[in-house]
Design a protein around this ligand. Structure first.
Ligand code: HEM
Length: 476
C-alpha cells in the first residue's frame, strides 16, 4: 500500500508535466485564427452570412486570410475549418477511426441514435449496405414507372390549368409524395397527409436550438417525431403481415429492409433502426432534390440556349416512345445533357453547404494539429468555386462535365465522398431527370421577378420561392 502511495506521489507530477507539455505543444501547433467570444464565437457571423447568401464569400475571406486550415468556434464548439482537395481527401478517405460523423444535437434528439448519421464503423456499414440494397441503380430500375406516375399526377393537380405557380413549395410536395410512394409505400390519403404535416415540423426543428421548452420549434419537432415513429411502427407491423402472406419484398424501402436477413436468419435491422433510417431518408432526400429541381427550372428560364438544348434532348426521347408510355430506365440514361445541367447547378449552388466531423484523435494537417474532440467543418463550395479546378468558376457551363474524368478526385463533392457519400444519388438523379422531362415537354415558363438571389436556411432557397408564369404546350 505504502509503495503504491509513494509511486503515485512520484508518478503524478510526471503525468501532470507530460499533460502540460502536450498542451503547450498543441497550442503552438493549433491552426491560425481565433475562437472569438466564448460560446458565441463566429456562429452569429456564419448564420448571418448563410441568410444573406454571402457564406461562400465569408469563408473565401477566411481562406484568403488564413490558408487551407483555420480555427474558429461554431455553435459553442471549437472548430477547424478546412478546405481544398487535400482537406476533402482527409475527410472523405477517413475510415472512421480518426474522425466520426457529427450532427447537430437537435438532429440527434429528433431522429434518435440508431440512424446512419449517428452510426460508425461496422454498424454504419451494416445499415448502409441494407439501405443501398434498395437505393442502388440496379434496384431502382423497377421503380421508374411508379415515380413517373407520381410526377404526372402532380402536374395534373398542381400545374395544369394554372397561370402562375411558386416552384419551391410545389417541388417539395412532389419529392415528398415520391418518397412516400417509393420508400414508405404509403398511398395518397389521410396517412400521407398527416405524415407531411409532421415532417414539416421535424424539418423546422432539425436546425433549431435543442432546448425543449413548450411552444418552441424544437418542442414541436420532438412531438412530431414521436407521432411519426408511432405511424411508422404501425406501418411496419402491417408490412410484416403482408410479407408473411407472400407479398413481394420489392414493394418499397420498408418491405425491402424487413426482408433482409442476417446469418442467423433474423431481420438484419432492428425496428428502431428501420424507423430512424426511414425518417433520415426523408430528411436527407426531400429538401435536397426539391432545391436542385427548383434551380434547374430557374436556369432554364434565364438561359434560352440551355433551355433549347434540354428541350431538344427531351423531345427526342418523347418522340421515340409510344404516346402515354411511362418513362423507363433506358430513357433516363439518354438524358445526358440534362444531367450535366443538374451537375453544374450542384457545383454552383450545392444544396449541402458542407458538413461536420469530430476528431477522435489529434489529427495532423498542413503542419497543424486538429485537437482530439474538436469539430471539423468541410465546405463544398470552396473547391467548386476554385478557378484552378474549374476555370471561370462563376460562369454557368454544363460542358465542364462532358468528360467528368478530367475533374481531379475530391474536387466535385455535392454528394460528399468516401464511406459516407450520399446513398440517395441515383434516386435524386432519377427524380430530377423524370421531373424535368415532363416540365419542359408540357410547359413553357418565365420568371415573375428577375431576382435571382437566394438565401440559405441552411439549404439554398430562391427569394420568394421562385414564382413563375406558366403556359401549357399544345398536346400533340
Ligand atoms: C440533390 C440531392 C442530394 C444531395 C445534393 C445530397 C447530398 C448529400 C451529402 C453532401 C451528404 C453527406 C455526405 C457526408 O457527410 O460525407 C449526404 C448524405 C446522405 N444522403 Fe444525400 N443528397 C441528396 C439526395 C438524397 C436522397 C434523395 C436521399 C434518399 C433517398 C439521400 C439520403 C442521404 C443519406 C441517408 C445520407 C447519410 C449517409 C451516411 O451518413 O452514410 N440524399 N447527402
Amino acid at each position: 500500500m505504502n509503495i503504491l502511495f509513494l509511486l503515485s506521489l512520484f508518478l503524478f507530477p510526471i503525468f501532470y508535466l507530460l499533460i502540460i507539455r502536450r498542451r503547450r505543444l498543441l497550442l503552438k501547433r493549433l491552426p491560425p485564427g481565433s475562437l472569438g467570444i466564448p460560446v458565441i464565437g463566429q456562429s452569429l457571423g456564419f448564420l448571418w452570412a448563410m441568410r444573406a447568401n454571402t457564406a461562400e464569400k465569408w469563408f473565401a475571406e477566411r481562406a484568403k486570410r488564413y490558408g487551407p486550415i483555420s480555427k474558429m468556434s461554431l455553435f459553442g464548439k471549437p472548430t477547424v475549418f478546412i478546405h481544398g482537395q487535400a482537406a476533402n481527401k482527409l475527410v472523405f478517405s477517413s475510415d472512421g477511426s480518426n474522425m466520426s460523423n457529427h450532427q447537430t444535437e437537435s438532429m440527434k434528439r429528433i431522429l434518435g441514435d440508431r440512424s446512419l448519421v449517428e452510426l460508425s464503423g461496422e454498424e454504419h456499414m451494416r445499415v448502409r449496405k441494407a439501405l443501398a440494397s434498395f437505393l442502388k441503380a440496379d434496384s431502382l430500375k423497377i421503380y421508374v414507372g411508379k415515380m413517373d406516375e407520381e410526377i404526372r399526377l402532380h402536374l395534373l393537380m398542381h400545374w395544369q390549368g394554372k397561370q402562375k405557380v411558386t416552384v419551391l413549395p410545389l417541388m417539395k410536395t412532389l419529392t415528398f409524395n415520391i418518397i412516400c410512394s417509393l420508400l414508405f409505400g404509403v398511398e395518397r390519403g389521410a396517412r400521407r397527409d398527416s405524415l407531411i404535416q409532421y415532417f414539416q415540423h421535424i424539418m423546422a426543428g432539425v436546425w433549431s436550438f435543442p432546448v425543449n421548452l413548450p411552444f418552441t420549434r424544437f418542442n414541436r419537432s420532438l412531438k412530431a417525431s414521436a407521432e411519426i415513429q408511432r405511424i411508422l411502427k404501425q406501418l411496419i407491423s402491417e408490412k410484416r403481415i403482408e410479407l408473411e402472406n407472400g407479398a413481394s419484398s420489392h414493394q418499397d424501402l420498408i418491405t425491402c429492409l424487413l426482408s433482409i436477413r442476417g446469418e442467423d436468419d433474423q431481420e438484419l435491422m432492428s425496428e428502431d433502426e428501420i424507423v430512424q433510417n426511414v425518417m433520415l431518408i426523408m430528411i436527407g432526400g426531400y429538401d435536397t432534390s426539391s432545391v436542385l429541381i427548383t434551380f434547374i427550372i430557374q436556369i432554364l428560364a434565364n438561359d434560352p440556349n440551355i433551355h433549347a438544348a434540354v428541350l431538344t434532348e427531351q423531345e427526342e426521347i418523347k418522340k421515340s416512345k409510344p404516346s402515354g408510355e411511362l418513362l423507363k430506365w433506358e430513357d433516363l440514361a439518354k438524358m445526358k445533357y440534362t444531367w450535366r445541367v443538374a451537375m453544374e447547378i450542384l457545383r454552383t449552388i450545392p444544396p449541402t453547404f458542407g458538413g461536420f466531423r469530430k476528431a477522435l484523435e489529434d489529427i495532423e494537417f498542413e503542419g497543424y494539429i486538429i485537437p482530439k474532440g474538436w469539430q471539423i467543418f468541410w465546405v463544398t463550395s470552396m473547391t467548386h468555386l476554385d478557378d484552378t479546378i474549374f476555370p471561370e468558376p462563376s460562369k454557368f457551363d454544363p460542358a465542364r462535365f462532358e468528360s467528368p474524368e478530367s475533374i481531379p478526385p475530391y474536387c466535385y463533392i455535392p454528394f460528399g465522398g468516401g464511406a459516407r457519400i450520399c446513398p440517395g444519388y441515383e434516386f435524386a438523379k432519377m427524380e430530377t431527370l423524370a421531373t424535368i422531362h415532363y416540365l419542359v415537354t408540357q410547359f413553357t415558363w418565365q420568371l415573375c421577378c428577375k431576382d435571382n438571389g437566394y438565401q440559405r436556411h441552411p439549404l439554398p432557397e430562391p427569394n420568394q420561392g421562385l414564382p413563375i408564369e406558366i403556359i401549357p404546350k399544345e398536346v400533340v
